[in-house]
Design a protein. Structure first.
Length: 342
């Protein structure tokens, strides 16, 4: 595949995912299916399949598990030259895949993983960021401890130095930390951000932003609070999705983008069946980033491309999307190209 000139960098944790087969639970399982994944890593894998040059920053143990995680990234043409090695543990998580009325469940085992012991000087920031054009980060990474946050904010400083666009996905996880613990670090990230993935809860509760007057219409409140955040920062776009859950394997999804002028949104939710939901939010982010790199001034294309990528990811097993741009565009056309309204 011919790669685009843009270089996209991300920093985060890559983990070993263990899944009981055939929709069984952990207590029923006698064996597990092994995959690798993690928020920012998933975004880069998808973007690599869209034809972008991608580089992942993390720390993995200097053993077979760390080597296998790196091989996973390399198998999807993600650059791994500056991944740090050390410590002995790779983060792990278990996924019970939901079916019908039983929802999916995630169990983390990542407390003392290698990335939590990363040193701020283990990354060659100038070499990584001097030719980068985009950097992606998520709130999950900020939750992994002070050493991880030190590296994340150093990356953001170098983004500012080299004029690299920054996308940030809130991805707040209550299993990792409390809202009060998260608040100061989310607020510290926002001044660096150009493209934000967030909803009303994120902006109101975690960023402590309020409206002078609330509407009875929740969508209006979402738009107004997003516009208020945009007016106070350098954020250009705020993207998000809205999901209707019928069962664990039958959902509807729509997406929106808010700018200083107002809201773009896809026409009506699209209903679909689910094979594996994990990584769908990362797929949405990757589709949006691809769309904006294609045309930064046209959020409509990014919105459609992100939604289509996310829906299609639900049909793929594992954390990552391996879809091509052609496959996503064919899906968009099959749903009708005029699928965004103001």
């Amino acid at each position: 595949m011919k790669k685009n000139k843009e270089k996209i960098v991300a920093f985060g944790e890559i983990m070993l995912r263990l899944t009981p087969p055939d929709y069984t639970t952990i207590t029923q399982a006698r064996n597990f299916i092994a995959n690798y994944g993690g928020g920012e890593a998933n975004v880069l894998v998808s973007l690599s399949h869209f034809g972008h040059n991608c580089e992942f920053l993390t720390k993995v143990p200097d053993n077979q598990l760390g080597d296998s995680a790196i091989q996973h990234l390399q198998s999807h043409n993600v650059e791994t030259e500056h991944i740090a090695k050390g410590s002995s543990n790779l983060g792990m998580y278990f996924v019970e895949t939901g079916f019908g009325g039983r929802p999916s469940k995630v169990l983390y085992n990542r407390k003392h993983s290698a990335i939590t012991r990363i040193g701020i000087n283990e990354i060659k920031y100038d070499k990584v960021f001097k030719d980068a054009t985009w950097f992606h980060l998520s709130g999950i990474t900020l939750a992994l401890g002070s050493k991880v946050r030190d590296v994340a904010f150093k990356c953001l400083e170098y983004c500012k130095k080299y004029n690299v666009k920054v996308s940030f996905d809130f991805n707040y996880r209550s299993k990792l930390w409390t809202i009060e613990e998260a608040k100061p670090y989310f607020k510290k990230v926002i001044p660096y951000v150009d493209v934000l993935f967030a909803n009303y809860f994120d902006i109101h509760t975690i960023l402590d932003l309020s409206l002078d007057q609330l509407s009875d219409n929740q969508n209006d409140n979402k738009i107004e609070i997003s516009k208020k955040l945009i007016s106070q920062t350098k954020i250009k776009y705020i993207f998000g999705t809205e999901r209707i859950v019928h069962t664990a394997t039958d959902n509807e999804l729509s997406s929106y983008c808010i700018t200083k002028e107002g809201e773009y949104k896809t026409e009506g939710p699209i209903r679909f069946n689910i094979y594996d939901r994990i990584g769908a939010g990362d797929a949405f982010a990757s589709g949006v980033i691809h769309g904006l790199i294609t045309n930064y001034e046209d959020p409509q294309y990014a919105l459609k491309f992100g939604l289509a990528t996310s829906i299609l990811k639900h049909t793929l097993y594992g954390d990552v999307s391996t879809l091509s741009t052609k496959e996503v565009e064919e899906f968009i056309l099959s749903k009708g190209d005029a699928s965004v309204q103001r």
